[in-house]
Design a protein around this ligand. Structure first.
Ligand SMILES: Nc1ncnc2c1ncn2[C@@H]1O[C@H](COP(=O)(O)OP(=O)(O)OP(=O)(O)O)[C@@H](O)[C@H]1O
Length: 654
């Protein structure tokens, strides 16, 4: 029995240890929720500050405030529940820590028989349990009281029995009632056993209560105790069992609390994600520019510099950057990590290609510091094992055309330009070819100029436009253009684009049923890297390139600032780049910006600049419109073109 008792205590001990461990883990999780809540309230504070700074934005500022208020209610509920959970966890943790500490207290050595060694240990452990767990303590008090009453009663009964026996002996009726005497004998010895049992229980319970070890000097007393323990009448066993049950109960409660907490975290995370998703959808419907953030993998150079990661994706819509002043969070329409494939990114871009074939003006552009992955995103890798948005768009356009060929007649044409040292160059004309080319017959040098038609759509006057009847043909044109592009090595990227690449694809579709014609334009722009000359190691002509790149990007930044602050004047004319992108920023285009960033701490400054820049772009509203003309207008336009080129026009053509 003693062995059983001791084993049970050991089991309890291990239960307590694992409970404590779970409690500590739970506490860490609580800490995490707290962090999330703090981050969230910080985010709301930032949103509120942003709202204040853009007071003149009217409706959009109001909507931001509503969005913040909506999100506060579930947060308050989560906070209150969290506080309750925290308190209950701390309470349990305190109880069990005390329990364990009490158990760790040294057991006085009693170098005697196994029972004499075990008994004080058992009693000491039971005492520790009772003093640590209030329920066990109450139970012990109850047991002491019950045992005291039972002992008094048993002693009374024994006394009465003894008196009755003495009476009957004195009356000498023993011989007359042999049977009755034997019965009284056995009842007496039973009563004596019972009293002894209660006395030992009294001693054991008293020791448990006071924490003092029992003084066991006589072998008889030990034998007596063992005897009683063997009979299983020791009530402390019950007491400890009940303490164990209490602990198991606590464990169950803890598990429940943990499950509840997990549910709360899951609900909170999914609610937060949904809120952002719907917010983005509303913004998209309002015509806001969509912004994706793409974090590229750590480069070998960054790895060699220690490979410290400073950028982390929090969820599909948020990214956090570790700054010296603490983490800073940014929200986008989608965040892609290094693990995201080109296909993953294109899946979310595909919808815009459909819009271009439907007659919308669409622009997709990549922005970021040198070597952050803009060309990888827009064009793909060198051997095209991972084609980027441009080649994928070529295929997507012709896939759509194939699918709609029974309803529409399509015409696809393209021009491709680069903006190098603030000069627009037609990439269908090689620099060498241009040098030897005959000037146009009217004696003027061919110049590419940016113009806007009456609907505000930008086009490049003077640039050669080539038609393509398949994705392969379009890709061949693209390769021809790329061969003429300015690329050179910088310290930051072995193959750095030194110019902005602009690929424009016009998709004209004639409705075979009603003859209406829609004209969509898809502009795909791979901007040159935003960079600091010192960091890139630029010299001489490279320094000139870098200055020109920075000048155009800073003009782009001014336009973005003016648009996001809704200023009456937007300085589009300050640079050719901003003229080219005029219809994509604040114009009639559906625009997607992809901000490419490095994950490394060593590029922290540039990453923060890019993210702040991209956040401003997200605030710009465009007014996307479909460009469709009725059959009659389309016919008249065709007649005008023919007349201008000196062709004759028949009556039936009009
Ligand atoms: N998501 C990615 N996955 C794998 N490799 C990537 C990714 N993004 C970029 N890289 C690699 O990082 C390197 C630099 O990328 P890239 O040339 O596209 O940068 P960039 O921003 O266009 O630079 P620059 O402005 O100098 O032209 C390339 O070797 C590219 O293959």
């Amino acid at each position: 029995m003693l062995e059983l008792f001791s084993t049970r205590l050991d089991v309890l001990h291990s239960h307590q240890a694992s409970t404590l461990q779970e409690l500590q883990m739970a506490r860490q999780e609580v800490g995490k929720i707290q962090d999330m809540l703090m981050a969230s309230s910080q985010e709301q504070q930032e949103a509120a500050e942003e709202g204040e700074s853009t007071e003149n934005k009217g409706l959009s500022a109001q909507q931001q405030t509503v969005a913040c208020n909506d999100s506060e209610q579930p947060l308050e509920g989560a906070k209150a529940r969290l506080e309750e959970l925290k308190e209950s966890l701390y309470q349990r943790e305190r109880e069990i820590t005390e329990l364990l500490e009490a158990q760790r207290s040294p057991v006085p050595p009693v170098p005697q028989s196994p029972c004499s060694v075990l008994l004080p240990t058992v009693i000491h452990k039971a005492q520790a349990l009772c003093s640590a767990v209030p329920e066990a303590r109450a139970l012990l008090d109850l047991m002491i009281e019950e045992n005291r009453v039972a002992l008094v009663e048993a002693k009374d009964k024994l006394g009465r029995e003894q008196m009755a026996r003495e009476d009957s002996i004195s009356k000498e009726d023993k011989s007359n009632d042999q049977e009755g005497f034997a019965e009284s004998e056995s009842s007496m010895s039973l009563l004596q056993e019972t009293v002894r049992g209660y006395e030992v229980s009294y001693l054991a319970l008293d020791c448990i209560q006071t924490g003092e070890s029992p003084v066991i000097n006589e072998c008889d007393a030990v034998a007596e105790l063992e005897d009683i323990l063997g009979q299983g009448t020791i009530r402390t066993t019950e007491g400890v069992k009940s303490v164990g049950q209490q602990l198991l109960l606590l464990q169950d409660q803890l598990k429940q609390v943990k499950d509840e907490k997990k549910k709360i975290i899951d609900n909170y995370t999914s609610e937060r994600t949904m809120r952002k998703k719907y917010y983005n959808m509303v913004e998209d419907m309002k015509g806001k520019i969509r912004v994706f953030c793409r974090i590229r993998p750590l480069s070998r150079t960054e790895d060699a510099q220690g490979g410290v990661i400073a950028v982390e994706k929090i969820d599909d819509f948020s990214v956090s950057v570790d700054t010296p002043r603490g983490p800073r969070e940014f929200q986008f329409d989608k965040v892609f990590t290094a693990e995201a494939s080109q296909e993953d990114l294109f899946q979310d871009t595909n919808r815009l290609i459909q819009s271009a074939t439907d007659g919308y003006n669409v622009c997709i552009f990549a922005y970021g510091q040198t070597g952050s992955g803009k060309t990888f995103t827009m064009v793909g890798d060198k051997d095209q094992k991972n084609p980027g948005i441009m080649p994928r768009s070529f295929n997507a356009i012709f896939d759509i055309i194939r699918e709609s060929s029974t309803k529409f007649d399509f015409k696809v044409s393209a021009y491709m330009l680069e903006l190098y040292n603030d000069r627009l160059q037609d990439l269908f004309v090689s620099p060498a070819g241009e040098a030897h080319a005959q000037p146009p017959s009217h004696g003027q040098v061919r110049r590419v100029e940016i113009k806007r038609n009456r609907k505000g759509v930008v086009f490049a006057q003077g640039a050669e436009t080539k038609e393509a009847s398949s994705a392969q043909e379009l890709y061949a044109l693209f390769l021809q253009a790329c061969a003429n592009r300015h690329i050179s090595a910088t310290k930051m990227n072995v193959e750095s684009s030194r110019s902005h690449l602009i690929v424009c694809i016009m998709v004209e579709s004639r409705n075979l049923t009603n003859g209406s014609v829609s004209t969509g334009k898809l502009s795909l722009v791979d901007l040159a890297g935003s960079e600091r000359a010192a960091k890139t190691g630029a010299k001489d002509h490279q320094l000139k390139e870098a200055n020109s790149i920075n000048k155009s990007l800073s003009a782009l930044g001014d336009v973005i600032s003016a648009l996001s602050a809704e200023l009456p004047h937007v300085p589009y004319r300050n640079s050719k780049l901003t003229q080219v992108m005029q219809d994509s920023l604040g114009g009639n285009a559906k625009t997607l910006m992809i901000v490419n960033i490095s994950p490394s701490e060593c590029n922290l400054e540039e990453t923060l600049t890019s993210l702040v820049y991209a956040t401003r772009v997200k605030a710009i509203t465009n007014n996307a419109q479909r460009h469709v003309e009725s059959k009659e207008i389309a016919q008249l336009k065709e007649v005008i073109i023919r007349l201008r080129s000196g062709q004759t026009v028949e009556d039936e053509d009009v």
